[in-house]
Design a protein around this ligand. Structure first.
Ligand code: AMP
Ligand code: MG
Length: 418
């Protein structure tokens, strides 16, 4: 008869003598080890939102291309002195797209509309609302500074300047900027093909019949959607049971069809953890024990030359690891460069004490008062908490005591590109 081992006080502490990789070290390793793996293609601006610029976008034209009026009013050669100014009205007008060809003589004003190029003889505009006029002249109170109510040529951006740098993920305002400086199509990175594969004998596809001992594959729709949100081409590699040959075949297929593969499940060191076992035996497993909660088992490896992120099976851990590790890695692979999430320091609406040894991520969101609330349960099986949350609280690797009102590091999902 065998006796069970005695329980120890520190039975939930990290095993002694085991090397846990701190989050920052794992991130630094990833950052150092990865580079852009996709080529480029040209796309018209209309299709460029969310794509990654492959080279600097150089302004073909200045914005604005010529000096023009910022308001509707009257243009003249400034400045106008203090006191009442009366100037006679020149014939004609200048409008956006319909420039005034002639010269406005000194001492006269010309009717000018917003966006109209400043004609010769005009460097200053007085606002229509500030003038009184009859058919022949206008009157207004000075002083009006030279250049008032005008925009200088190139004041926004000069021709030949870098409008946007290589690596930029294009946003709707970026498209406005590129259009304004005369760019109609851009060289962008080909979309990164991201394979998503679930592993585990217990899994059934969402919506299918599930019997005793079976659970639904929650990770695959989540990870496919995440990669889609990040602007990548998500490739559904389906689900494989805990069978090494099946996993090998599916990884081979993934390596052919994708630039990078995200697996979930089987990443620990247990008997049924075929992902880490296979990657260790036949791939090149680089790092797999990260000092963080949730999601310590994380396998990082190359399979037939393709990076594989073996995420934990637990959906909460899979999600957090995807945000913390996979996202910046994928950004690097697609040429956007490493992106650290921008955290906010906000007051906690909760209390928590934490031991040293690993970084912790809590499911969190902001209260109406702008304080950071955390989900009632830290149980890593609580998928509802992920859905409840709108971000994560990051607690540092060291020991931490959080009291209500203390500033904590809040990372809204938006900081992870969601
Ligand atoms: P594993 O990492 O394979 O040991 O899985 C850890 C836990 O996550 C187990 O309870 C699994 O049943 C569960 N799990 C693994 N993959 C998935 C998945 N795709 N969807 C939902 N739960 C999963
Ligand atoms: Mg499993």
């Amino acid at each position: 008869m065998i006796d069970p081992p005695p329980l120890k006080n520190d039975c939930f502490a990290l095993p002694p003598g085991v090397e846990w990789t701190p989050v920052d070290e794992a991130l630094a390793r990833l950052r150092a080890g990865l580079a852009c793996v996709v080529g480029t293609e040209a796309v018209p601006l209309a299709d460029a939102d969310g794509r990654i610029l492959a080279e600097d976008a150089i302004a073909r034209r200045a914005n604005p291309p010529e000096a023009n009026s910022a308001v509707d009013g009257y243009g003249f050669a400034g400045p106008a002195p203090e006191g009442v100014n009366r100037l006679s009205l020149a014939a004609g007008r200048a409008a956006a797209g319909v420039p005034f060809a002639g010269m406005v003589p000194p001492g006269q004003v010309l009717r000018i509309l917003t966006g109209a190029a400043l004609p010769k003889g005009v460097d200053t505009v007085v606002l229509e609302e500030d003038t009184a006029t009859d058919a022949a002249s206008i009157a207004f109170h000075g002083p009006v500074k030279r250049g008032a109510n005008t925009r200088r040529a190139g004041e926004d951006i000069a021709a030949g300047a870098v409008a946007l740098p290589a690596g930029r993920r294009l946003s709707p305002p970026d498209l406005a900027l590129l259009a304004a400086v005369g760019i109609g199509s851009v060289a962008v990175r080909r979309r990164l093909r991201v394979g998503v594969l679930s592993t585990g004998d217990e899994l059934r596809a969402a919506g299918a019949e599930a019997g005793p001992g079976q659970i639904y594959d929650a990770n695959r729709p989540m990870l496919l959607a995440l990669t889609g949100r990040w602007g990548h081409a998500a490739v559904d590699l389906g689900h494989v049971p805990d069978d090494r040959a099946a996993l090998r075949a599916r990884l081979d297929r993934g390596a052919q069809e994708c630039d990078v593969i995200l697996t979930s499940g089987g990443a620990s060191a247990g008997d049924e953890d075929h992902v880490s076992a296979l990657l260790r035996a036949e791939g090149s497993l680089t790092s797999w024990r990260i000092a963080m909660k949730p999601g310590r088992p994380l396998a990082l490896a190359l399979w037939r030359g393709r990076p594989v992120f073996g995420l934990p099976g637990n959906p909460v851990a899979a999600f957090v690891c995807a945000l913390v590790f996979a996202r910046p890695a994928l950004e690097t692979l697609v040429g956007a460069g490493w992106q650290a999430p921008q955290a906010m320091r906000l007051p906690a609406a909760f209390a928590k004490s934490k031991k040293p040894g690993r970084r912790e991520y809590l499911r969190a969101r902001l209260s109406p008062e702008g304080m950071v609330e955390v989900f009632a349960s830290e149980g890593s099986g609580r998928i509802s908490g992920l859905s409840w949350a709108e971000g994560l609280v990051e607690l540092p690797d060291g020991p931490t005591e959080v009291r209500p009102g203390d500033p904590v590091c809040y990372l809204p999902y938006g900081a992870f590109g969601l």
